[in-house]
Structures are given as structure tokens and as C-alpha cells.
Design a protein around this ligand. Structure first.
Ligand code: SAM
Length: 325
């Protein structure tokens, strides 16, 4: 039976965090870098396989691998292969900062990765290095070129909108997608527990970009049922597309189709929920699958109608690397 909640939303899409470690120090996420607060007891390859098998049995068709930085896991290629071997899973996507993409893109593609999202908050090398705290701009650009060459079904570039950092770069990004078949997505900065002062200073609304697109012949596309939360626009003169993720907009949660499992084996009904539901005890043997499915149904039935970010309630999320953005 398909996973659905008491508001009639159906869940086709699982975001699976496989580590919360990250090697970047993004100003809005981990400005002081990753701090080891617990022993590395991230879900194992077998636990991941059991998680996705249970979700697939109740309707999940798309899995996004995320983190932290998922590419830091040494068994990432095996993780992709294990998920690709589950028949109901039609798409495997991954979100990465792209630090080793040029080296690994072909291997991940061959393992079964269909889509890749690369985070690029600025197309200006100096600003990129300033925002991320690392000098990796050229590596990431080489990674994007390689991903284009490898032939993923979809390549998306994520850019968090940050006032006084990249709010003047729309022209650069439009130029970037003119001849490249990638989906550029601007994400509004979200308030998290650890970085709320940064949010207050730097939040920049996607409405500015939306107005620009609508005034310049960009057309809003229709979303697939397993699509992410972006409103995506196309233009006849551009090979690429442009998406906006505006979590503060009205009705953002009405089309929610995704659930999350953290790298510690907790299911999260919302990025900004108050607690995670532990499922790790049911990931230890293959014969626990039915019990796990019952727990998933019970949990999803309690999903709230919306996050309460508007009221400044960020739940227990200190930063997005902790659950997987
Ligand atoms: N390390 C990978 C990466 O850099 O893409 C995956 C994890 S990262 C948490 C996933 C995405 O969340 C990135 O695109 C990042 O820019 C975004 N993100 C992190 N914190 C955010 C915040 N406070 N508001 C909006 N987006 C955020």
C-alpha cells in the first residue's frame, strides 16, 4: 500500500542521507566546518539496502542520496549499485558539492546514478571560495563539464540565494545555462537553528527572480509526480532551465511528496520537524521488512500539514548537513 498522509499527500521520493560529515564550510550551513560530535556510526550498506527496499515496497520510485557530503563515503559506488538493484526504484539522484565529481562521475553513472545536483553558490571564483570556505571552484567547474560529458539524464545546479553575496549574479547564471542543458535552481536561504543570525542578514526572496523570468518570456513547466519542490521555467533561447525553490511561499508544503532518512537511521517527516522516528532497530535483518513498513505507515500518518518556518520555528534542525538538505 502506497505511503500517504492524512492530508492525501503521497510519498514517491526518499531523500537518504548517508553521512553528516562535510568537507566544505558554507557560511550558511557549517561556517566553522564539520565537528565530530558522535562516533561515525552511519547507516551501513546493508542498512541502506533494507531502508530503500522497504520504502520501495510502499511506493518510493526515486531516491536522492545526500549528506553532509555523500561523496566522502568510501562505499558510495556500492551504495548506488545496491539501490539501483531494487526494481521499483526508477531514478537515483545525488546532491554533492562536486569536489571530486570530475574523477568519479563516470564510475557513479556506471553504477546506476541517473541524476546529479551540484551546489554552486557563485560563478565568481572569489565569491564561491568566500561562501564555501574552500578553494575548490575550478574542481567543481571541471566536475560539471565531466558530468555533461558522461551523459546523466539530468544535471541540476543548486545555488542558495544570499543577499550581499550572489544576489547580483542572475546575469552570470543565465549566461551559464544558455548553451548548457542543465537546470539551474535558486534556493531561498532557510533559517536553521545554528545559523539564524546569518539568515536574518542574508535572506533574499526568490520573488525578484520570478518577476524577472515572468517579464522575459520564461514559461513555467508542469512538475512530474516525483519531482522536487522547484518551480521550473524554460525559455526557447536557452538550453538550460531555471528553477526556484521558495520554502516560504504559500502552499509550498501542499505538494510535498518526499520523506527523509538520516545517516543515523532516523526517519524525518519534514526537514524542519521536531523529532526523527528511529527505524534503525528494524534495519538489522531482511526479515524485518514488514515490521518496518508498518512503522513507516504509522509515522507518515502523523505528518504535519506544513513546516512552521514562517513563525521562525526551525524544529530541531541545527543545519541542513545534519539531516541532509
Ligand atoms: N554536500 C552536498 C552539497 O553541498 O550539495 C549535499 C548536502 S547540502 C546540505 C544540500 C543542499 O542544501 C546544498 O545545495 C546546500 O546549498 C543547501 N543548503 C544548506 N543549508 C541551507 C540553508 N540554510 N538554506 C537553503 N539551502 C541550504
Amino acid at each position: 500500500m502506497q505511503l500517504s498522509d492524512s492530508f492525501g499527500r503521497k510519498f514517491y521520493y526518499l531523500r537518504l542521507s548517508i553521512t553528516d560529515v562535510c568537507n566544505f564550510k558554507c557560511e550558511y550551513c557549517l561556517p566553522d566546518g564539520y565537528k565530530h560530535t558522535q562516533k561515525n556510526c552511519f547507516i551501513s550498506l546493508d542498512e541502506i539496502r533494507r531502508t530503500v527496499t522497504a520504502f520501495a515496497a510502499v511506493g518510493t520510485q526515486k531516491v536522492r542520496i545526500t549528506g553532509g557530503e555523500p561523496a566522502l563515503r568510501k562505499d558510495l559506488t556500492q551504495i548506488i549499485e545496491a539501490i539501483a538493484a531494487i526494481p521499483q526504484i526508477k531514478k537515483i539522484a545525488m546532491t554533492t558539492n562536486g569536489y571530486n565529481l570530475a574523477k568519479k562521475a563516470q564510475e557513479w553513472y556506471d553504477a546506476g546514478l541517473n541524476q546529479i545536483n551540484i551546489s554552486v553558490d557563485s560563478l565568481n571564483a572569489n565569491s564561491f571560495n568566500k561562501i564555501t570556505g574552500v578553494n575548490r571552484f575550478d574542481d567543481v567547474m571541471r566536475g560539471i563539464d565531466k558530468a555533461l560529458e558522461v551523459g546523466f539524464d539530468k544535471i541540476k545546479i543548486n545555488s542558495v540565494l544570499i543577499k550581499n553575496f550572489n544576489d547580483h549574479e542572475l546575469g552570470l547564471f543565465l549566461n551559464f545555462i544558455k548553451e548548457r542543458p542543465v537546470e539551474m535552481r535558486f534556493i531561498e536561504l532557510m533559517e536553521c537553528g545554528d545559523t539564524n543570525s546569518f539568515y536574518k542578514q542574508h535572506h533574499y526572496s526568490g520573488e525578484h527572480i520570478k518577476k524577472h523570468l515572468e517579464a522575459n518570456d520564461w514559461q513555467l513547466n508542469k512538475n512530474a509526480k516525483d519531482a522536487g519542490p522547484a518551480q521550473v521555467y524554460s525559455h526557447k533561447d536557452y538550453q538550460g532551465q531555471l528553477g526556484l525553490i521558495m520554502p516560504y511561499s504559500q502552499d509550498f508544503c501542499a505538494t510535498c511528496n518526499r520523506l527523509r532518512v538520516s545517516s543515523l537511521g532516523k526517519m524525518h517527516l519534514c526537514l524542519f520537524g521536531d523529532f526523527g522516528i528511529d527505524i534503525r532497530d528494524l534495519l538489522q535483518r531482511d526479515d524485518q521488512c514488514q515490521q518496518l513498513i508498518s512503522r513507516l505507515h504509522g509515522a507518515v500518518a502523523t505528518k504535519d500539514v506544513s513546516h512552521y518556518l514562517h513563525q521562525g520555528n526551525t524544529g530541531q534542525t541545527p543545519h541542513l548537513a545534519s539531516i541532509g538538505g
